[in-house]
Ligand binder design. Structure first.
Ligand SMILES: Cc1cc2nc3c(=O)[nH]c(=O)nc-3n(C[C@H](O)[C@H](O)[C@H](O)COP(=O)(O)OP(=O)(O)OC[C@H]3O[C@@H](n4cnc5c(N)ncnc54)[C@H](O)[C@@H]3O)c2cc1C
Ligand code: FES
Length: 262
């Protein structure tokens, strides 16, 4: 099979900037590239770095939702309307948008990748569990309510909603409703335990992973997990694919390929 890799970069202008939570900013820009839920783009901030970001909004006015954790994300979250960035993509295999009763579980900035998928499903069929360390870090609760008939939140410190983590909340929700599919995105430890819960409950799932990315298009191998390229065969993997991955939830690689414990 011939693989195509688009390296064309497009300069876009920030059209809006929204502070979503502490240190988390959504940037919207006009770019009419076709994209599907769960795909990501490579964002180049000239003079700083190029980093992968999920698309939190599809359509002609696309969006990324960035958490400030380092140099590139600090530069992005500091951007103002009128500033410019370079984008390429979208890349990767996103969510296979399911039918039936769906439970969406998002932790950290994970909701950014999940919301475009939720918006393709009737709200009556979607229940959502959003996890955060505390109330100030909760993301996209109001936007989720527009596309989900039951939105519950969990905080590790109990400052809002369920006192505990998103997987514990998901377990409680699964005891009340029989779901046909679980979609998850967030810290990999969370996904590891969510995947285990889905296996125990016999519910199919899809989860979006993160690995260190350089090319974003399947060429360099820096994003490999158990022989699969997260940028190309992922970032969204099915529960069956995750079951075969020995590195899932256990280790990742740094920018030089060195193994890091998760
Ligand atoms: C498919 C995908 C989708 C993502 N979506 C989002 C999103 O929607 N919102 C968001 O805030 N973040 C997202 N990230 C994570 C984001 O790419 C990193 O937070 C960012 O690259 C950090 O760069 P930095 O210079 O700010 O921090 P640094 O200090 O350089 O790095 C901090 C940590 O970020 C990670 N990181 C750094 N560079 C990369 C890279 N090139 N590829 C992957 N991880 C890297 C590493 O774990 C590193 O330890 C996504 C990552 C992937 C792989
Ligand atoms: S980032 Fe280069 S192969 Fe995935």
């Amino acid at each position: 099979m011939t693989e195509r890799f688009m390296v064309t970069q497009t300069m876009v202008t920030i059209a809006s900037r929204t502070e979503e939570a502490e240190g988390v900013v959504t940037l919207r820009f006009d770019w009419n590239a076709p994209a599907s839920p769960g795909q990501f783009i490579m964002v180049w901030i000239p003079g700083v770095d190029e980093v992968p970001m999920s698309l939190s909004y599809l359509g002609d006015r696309k969006g990324i939702t960035v958490k400030n954790i380092g140099e590139a994300t600090k530069a992005l979250t500091s951007m103002l309307v009128g500033d410019r960035i370079m984008v390429r993509g979208p890349y990767g295999r996103g969510y296979h948008v399911p039918t039936g009763k769906i439970l969406v579980v998002g932790g950290g900035t994970g909701m950014a990748s999940l919301l475009p998928a939720m918006e393709r499903i009737s709200a009556t069929d979607v229940h959502t569990a959003i996890g955060a360390r505390n109330e100030k870090e909760l993301l996209f609760e109001e936007r989720s309510k527009k596309t989900s008939s039951n939105v519950r939140v969990s905080t590790d410190d109990g400052s809002k909603g369920f006192h505990g983590n998103a997987v514990q909340l998901a377990k409680e929700m699964m005891s009340e409703t029989r779901y046909d599919m679980v979609l998850g995105c967030g810290p990999e430890k969370m996904l590891f335990f969510l995947h285990k819960l889905c296996l125990d409950m016999g519910i199919p799932c899809q989860m979006s992973l993160e690995r260190y990315m350089k090319c974003g298009g399947g060429l360099c191998g820096s994003c490999a997990i158990d022989g699969k390229r997260v940028c190309r065969e992922g970032p969204v993997f099915s529960g069956d694919e995750l079951k075969e991955m020995k590195e899932f939830g256990k280790q990742r690689r740094d920018e030089c390929g060195g193994r890091l414990k998760l």
